[in-house]
Design a protein around this ligand. Structure first.
Ligand code: HEC
Ligand code: HEC
Ligand code: HEC
Ligand code: HEC
Ligand code: HEC
Ligand code: HEC
Length: 349
């Protein structure tokens, strides 16, 4: 059963009215042209609104081999002008970079004398907006991660360091705790990734190359970005941090393929959506995901507010006020949004 039917959309053929004139009964059976009437449950105070089962629709690829997917280089061969021009600066594309491609982070590393002995070994950087971590390759699809991290300021210079006094490589951590959201195509058995950074596949899924004639064949095209549950699942695969895969116990999804239902294998603590201690940056994500997948409110998804390739949330200003706005704005004004710092025990910052 799909959520549409669950939301109790009542298709009502209504008998509109019986009109009485002086001597004639005029019967009018009208099938209202837009017959979808949203029946909003107004339950008694003691009955909370009926919750959906988030796992009820669609399928998943948990435990299966990573599908063969078309790599970003190939996509960008055709999409270089529109997408390629901004992709080099997109936080997703550059979440892991080879040192040769990150001169500003090489400079950060060079300034830290305590890492002199490690500087030659460090081959990759993780992060770049607020934090940087240091990686080296450890066999096929594996990274070793250094415990040291730099905290960056707005100019991308190190304003402070953590664990710089005793740098140590950790061989297991990246595969067990990080790979699923900072690399692409992680094999659930070996935990090896097929590419570092986030490739087009993570959001667009398996792409049929015939899509150039019919764009409805590709997920997130203009013709195929209206399924709120699909969109929410695919963004939430990485953005609901601190959840666990039921099948692997790891803190990232088991072989999620965009288009899947994330919640068939991900165990999520929905109470976090109400946790007042969480900062607005994280809480609005939890709240939006919960509203869509548990409460069945499909009126807003990430994409109403965020444009991934244009890398902006400017569109959010045009939405009518709804409760989610209060995560970041005072009840009576949109000026001066509440300041916040995003935090995550999982990502170690
Ligand atoms: C469940 C997915 C997930 C896992 C697992 C994960 N991360 Fe993250 N990480 C994210 C997301 C999403 C963000 C961006 C959050 C934001 O800015 O709101 C992020 C951001 C970061 C950042 C900040 C980048 C910046 O400059 O702002 C660092 C550093 C980071 N992660 C390191 C790690 C490390 C190290 C691990 C493993 C120990 C890890 N992450 C595991 C999803 C994950
Ligand atoms: C983090 C998720 C994500 C990744 C990774 C991603 N995309 Fe997208 N893509 C989107 C979303 C969401 C949209 C819908 C419009 C938007 O938000 O920019 C989109 C839209 C598009 C469009 C249609 C643009 C339009 O005019 O509407 C193209 C083409 C595209 N992506 C190509 C790519 C290519 C090529 C890559 C890899 C280099 C890629 N995408 C990686 C999320 C992603
Ligand atoms: C052989 C060339 C080619 C390759 C390779 C290719 N595309 Fe496309 N793609 C096109 C053409 C042509 C269109 C239709 C015109 C347009 O919108 O750019 C299109 C349209 C799209 C759209 C929808 C744009 C819209 O207007 O709605 C998306 C999303 C997209 N491609 C993503 C990808 C992704 C992701 C990959 C790699 C997995 C990829 N494409 C590989 C040629 C290609
Ligand atoms: C495969 C994991 C993954 C997926 C899927 C994903 N994200 Fe992200 N997202 C990240 C990570 C990791 C970062 C932070 C990267 C960094 O700073 O190194 C991030 C950063 C962001 C940011 C902050 C960008 C900035 O420059 O400040 C936004 C906004 C965002 N993601 C929205 C989305 C939306 C919307 C979707 C769904 C269309 C999505 N993401 C899908 C992992 C993911
Ligand atoms: C009602 C609009 C709205 C919705 C819905 C929404 N966001 Fe946001 N989000 C914002 C605004 C506004 C910001 C703050 C401005 C900015 O950073 O661009 C933000 C910030 C973020 C950040 C950046 C945190 C940081 O500072 O590193 C991430 C990541 C993010 N959103 C992801 C998501 C994801 C994933 C979804 C869907 C599950 C989502 N958002 C739903 C409006 C929204
Ligand atoms: C995650 C935090 C976040 C959420 C949720 C959020 N906003 Fe914002 N909003 C911001 C930030 C940050 C700014 C300033 C920068 C910008 O525009 O991205 C802002 C700016 C605005 C502005 C421009 C204010 C001015 O000074 O001109 C308007 C209007 C606005 N938001 C409306 C909304 C509405 C309506 C909603 C709910 C649908 C909402 N916001 C939800 C963070 C948020």
């Amino acid at each position: 059963m799909n959520a549409t039917s669950k939301r109790k959309i009542v298709f009502a053929a209504k008998t509109l009215s019986v009109i009485l004139t002086a001597s004639v009964f005029l019967w009018q059976f009208g099938f209202t042209p837009m017959a979808a009437v949203i029946h909003q449950d107004k339950p008694a105070e003691q009955n909370p609104p009926k919750k959906l089962d988030p796992a009820a629709w669609g399928g998943n690829h948990a435990g299966q081999p990573v599908p063969e997917f078309v790599h970003g280089d190939e996509c960008l061969f055709c999409h270089r002008n529109t997408i390629g021009s901004t992709w080099q600066n997109n936080a997703h594309g550059v979440t892991v970079r080879h040192r040769e491609d990150a001169p500003e982070l090489r400079a950060v590393l060079k300034d830290q004398v305590k890492l002199n002995a490690f500087a030659e070994q460090i081959e990759y950087f993780l992060g770049s907006r607020h934090r940087v971590r240091f990686l080296k390759k450890e066999g096929y699809g594996k990274f070793t991660i250094l415990n040291t991290q730099a905290v960056l300021n707005a100019e991308h210079k190190a304003e402070r360091w953590e664990a710089a006094d005793k740098p140590v490589w950790d061989r297991e951590k990246f595969a067990n705790n990080c790979a699923g959201c900072h690399t692409t195509g992680v094999d659930p058995q070996t935990k090896a990734f097929s590419g570092f950074g986030l490739d087009c596949y993570t959001c667009h899924g398996e792409v049929d190359l015939d899509h150039s004639n019919d764009t409805s064949k590709v997920l997130l095209s203009k013709k195929r970005r209206n399924d709120a549950r699909v969109i929410t699942s695919l963004c939430a695969q990485c953005h609901l941090r601190e959840s666990k895969s039921r099948s692997t116990g790891l803190p990232y999804p088991n072989n999620f393929v965009a288009g899947d239902n994330l919640f068939q294998d991900l165990v999520v603590d929905w109470a976090r959506a109400n946790d007042a201690r969480l900062n607005p940056g994280d809480r609005h994500i939890w709240r939006n995901v919960r509203d869509v997948v548990v409460n069945g409110d499909e009126s807003l998804t990430c994409l109403n507010c965020h444009q991934v390739h244009a890398n902006t949330s400017i569109r959010h200003r045009r939405i009518l006020r709804t409760p989610i706005c209060s995560e970041c704005h005072a009840a009576d004004s949109f000026k001066n949004p509440k300041p916040y710092t995003v935090q995550s025990a999982l990502c170690e910052y």
